[in-house]
Design a protein around this ligand. Sequence first.
Ligand code: ZN
Length: 408
Amino acid sequence: MNKRILTAALALALSFSAHSQSISAKAREIHNSALVIDTHADTPQRFLDENYDIGSTDPKDNGHISLDKAKAGNLGAEFFSIWVDPGTNQGHFARHTLDLIDSVYEQAARHPDRMMMAFSVADIERAHREHKLAALLGIEGGHSIENDIRLLRDFYRLGVRYMTLSWSNTNEFADSSGDINNPKVEHHNGLTEGGKQIVLEMNRLGMLVDVSHVADKTFWDTIAVTKAPVIASHSSARALTNHPRNMTDDMLRAVAKNGGVVQVNFYSAFIDETYRKAAEAQSKDRDAAVKAYTDQLKAAGKTVTYLDEDRVEREWAARIPRPPLSSLIDHIDHVAKVAGIDHVGLGSDFDGVSGATPQGIDSAADLPKITQALVDRGYSADDIRKILGGNVLRVFREAERVSHELTK
Ligand SMILES: [Zn+2]
């Protein structure tokens, strides 16, 4: 590294973190020696709806991901979430899925020197060697395939490397934790026979099976049928924060036995019981405010996007005090203890939680603070590197191996 680049890198690191002095030399060294992988960011909503450029250097931008922020946090690979809002895309889920996939490719095309599309473990490692952000695609919600296994294969061919079996909505083949207690929704008691075929086809293709968001019974049905290790791309621990999106200790142990990994979600309502209760208490009024605002837009003939809803959600989220960073670290620690150190990682949910992240975590640039907190709790360098990315890389490699076994 020449001096000019070194100075630029230093300025970049300082510009994002007023607390950079709080990262010790030891933590910095461990963090920078890791291949850091985050398995869930909703930034594609921004790419598509506001034509956000990941190369943005706007200091006022409150988004979690940019190439500069990724560089400052030594983020090596990001799984960009391809999430189709079922409420605003009725009748064209697959088309909107394609539009979102395109939005990620377009970002990579704009910044070929700093970012590349990645479809395999080898690609992630190559991007890391070339100091580029590896961009991967994960579909969040089985409704994207419109109950057509051919579309699943098409999305694989376009580069999609995980699919969350359901989002918050129950779809044709998988029950969701988001509506499992809603009697108006028709449920299947977990995964349908067709859903089991979809899981097996994902195993055959080498697409990671993602159990975040699914109903508990769907989780158990998936664990019983899958031939490859699963991931929970962005899920935290229910024993600490009692949210149905989080995983019970039995589920954590089952993922460990399956060889998979639980990537801990940073969302304040999933990692802090006080915050969760406060968010729940305001949910009725908040939802009404979102509806009033979006109805107003619709009446004016405008198309409502996630960002419109997010604008109102942010105002409400800002009324609740942010939880301490230790709440997030408690979840990582809990999963490491219950499932084991080989089965825990990071699934931030960046750009998908309306700014509701714990104190100190304002963007990908703050990821070294997690490493510092783990050092403070006595985690070894090797264990920290597993959490930061080593574990999910192992699971991805194993899914590739299973795919190879099933197709030869
Ligand atoms: Zn999600």
